[in-house]
Design a protein around this ligand. Sequence first.
Ligand code: DGL
Length: 265
Amino acid sequence: MTERAPVGVFDSGLGGLTVVRSLLDLVPDEPVLYFGDSGRFPYGPKPRDEVLKYAIEIGDLLVDQGAWLVVVACNSAAAAALDTLASRLTVPVVGVIEPGLRAALRVSESRRIGIIGTVGTIASGAYQRVAARLDPTLELVCAACPGFVEFVEAGDVDSDQVHILAERLLAPVRAKDVDTLVLGCTHYPLLARTIGDVMGRDVVLVSSADETAFTVREMLSRGPDAAGPPARPRFVTSGDPAQFRRLGARFLGPEVQAVEAWSWS
Ligand code: DGL
């Protein structure tokens, strides 16, 4: 029996596994090919052109490997490269920015929405552009949160230090009285408790991971017809496979088994 073409998903490293978690929960029989560019992590502080180049390389790689759909699970990569990938690749491309904003629009009553992300994501203006298209009356309050990703990578999601940093970085968003906050970075859902404590109970936190999975499910009717057996997800990294496997369990769970190495050279 022929193998079904996978949904290709990529991120700068492990964070996009939060999107894979949502995909496996929502469409468990869909084969997933995940590429984590851990060897070139992080993307958030890098110039846009560099992230764009990386995203193009990975998009091409996933299509070469047979992906029928490419999910840009990294906010920083989506902010820098989504439009380019959508016009360049021969398969549909889904990012995390629009699904996250759509979810926020559904829950926000005040139409004043906070967006937090990496320096690259916030500086790109990508959320502002998509928001203006979806609803020009929306007021966005955007804040970069440098340091959050590093805490999550170090396994620290609720220490006093991360709390103090969150108080400082989120203060401008709190001051604007938003009723909804989009976690515009793959790593931030893991900080949801700390972020929620700082923002207060009245602010709804929105993670784009689930919304992106819903978008993928809607696109399945456009996917390959060949009905093959359910396949295990495949994980490839440009970093250290052993470390990817160990830390991957934190972002995704026990499904991270064999991890393949990839070298860009
Ligand atoms: N995956 C990135 C994002 O969602 C966070 C980590 C990084 O800076 O590469 O923006």
